[in-house]
Design a binder for this molecule. Structure first.
Ligand SMILES: C[S@@+](CC[C@H](N)C(=O)[O-])C[C@H]1O[C@@H](n2cnc3c(N)ncnc32)[C@H](O)[C@@H]1O
Length: 215
């Protein structure tokens, strides 16, 4: 269905990550699977989907800071999923569920219309080469798909260190009838992610963008 937006990686899975992945406590949801009942899964909390959490350190900080918000954390890479599962269990967070798989496919096949209160997309793969631009996650088609699964007035918060991607996001979302918004100052409550720290060390400035789902 969708074009792959992530890079294939074969990171070694550590013993700790493997153990975290093997623990069966319903924290990890696998794909393919049945439609998710988010109200039941998150005990009626509003649910925010984070696409591509990496190692999940920032995910856990945000979840701990806001226990009334449910976090549906989605990534494809096994090592990072193991890290996030271990972090969530260590902090005994009740408001996080982790999905292994493609967030776009998840939206398409396992999420009801208007199910999400918001979406977080922090440092999506920039795909700098022109022939790879089609793999960028923020496209007209993906924006329409994500809008369909976000409630009216729900949000989409994006951060990137890749200036040409900022330009693409502004172009795609200003042309979209589903989203309204643009560049914002970096919110103080968004923790720095691993990729953000790498970007800042390399001298690349970071841009935050915030959109609201039109009613
Ligand atoms: C550049 S990393 C950023 C990770 C983290 N957000 C950070 O800032 O440190 C992008 C992440 O997005 C994930 N990703 C890309 N496309 C995805 C998709 N369609 N569904 C789920 N995860 C995806 C990748 O696997 C990778 O972990």
């Amino acid at each position: 269905m969708t074009i792959r937006t992530y890079k294939p990686r074969r990171w070694r899975v550590t013993r700790g990550q493997a153990a975290a992945l093997a623990t069966d406590d319903a924290l990890l949801l696998r794909m393919p699977g049945p439609m998710l009942d988010l109200k039941e899964l998150f005990d009626n909390r509003p649910v925010v989907m984070e696409i591509g959490f990496g190692g999940g350190a920032a995910t856990v900080q945000m979840a701990a800071a806001n226990p009334a918000i449910g976090i549906l954390a989605v990534d494809v890479h096994t090592a990072g999923i193991g890290d996030l599962l271990a972090r969530v269990r260590a902090r005994q967070l009740a408001n996080v569920r982790v999905v292994k798989g493609d967030a776009l496919l998840l939206a398409h096949t396992m999420l009801a219309a208007g199910a999400l209160a918001g979406i977080r997309l922090y440092f999506p793969d920039p795909w700098p080469k022109t022939r790879h631009h089609k793999r960028r996650l923020v496209t007209a088609a993906n924006s329409a798909l994500l809008a369909a699964h976000t409630q009216p007035n729900g949000f989409w918060h994006i951060a990137t260190d890749w200036a040409p991607y900022t330009t693409q996001i502004l172009e795609v979302l200003s042309a979209s009838p589903h989203w309204e918004g643009g560049v914002i100052a970096r919110p103080e409550d968004r923790p720095a992610t691993r990729f953000e720290n790498t970007a800042l060390r390399a001298g690349r400035p970071v841009t935050d963008l915030y959109y609201t789902r039109t009613a």
